[in-house]
Design a protein around this ligand. Structure first.
Ligand SMILES: [Zn+2]
Length: 83
């Protein structure tokens, strides 16, 4: 399942989750997120800077170091925070 990274579109309009950015495990057929699942602010999909050449464990560690949270879709419009 691919991981997508999102960030708040407007920095002033963001919560702890979308301010720094977060990652979401989504199915390839899922529509990209338009709103933060926590605060509803508009989000944009951003380029994942380390998507190639790193193991999944490395990616998780690096994302955590940068303060990213990771979400997993559990139901329609519902996300579970993995960290
Ligand atoms: Zn938010």
């Amino acid at each position: 399942m691919p991981v997508y990274r999102y960030k708040a579109k407007i920095e002033g309009k963001s919560c702890n989750l979308c301010k720094k950015g977060f990652e979401v495990l989504q199915n390839i057929n899922d529509r990209p997120l338009e709103n933060c699942p926590e605060c509803g602010a508009e989000v944009i999909r951003i380029f994942s800077e380390f998507s190639i050449g790193f193991s999944k464990t490395d990616l998780d560690r690096r994302a955590r170091e940068k303060g990213f949270h990771k979400l997993k879709k559990v139901d329609k419009g519902k996300y579970e925070k993995l960290y």
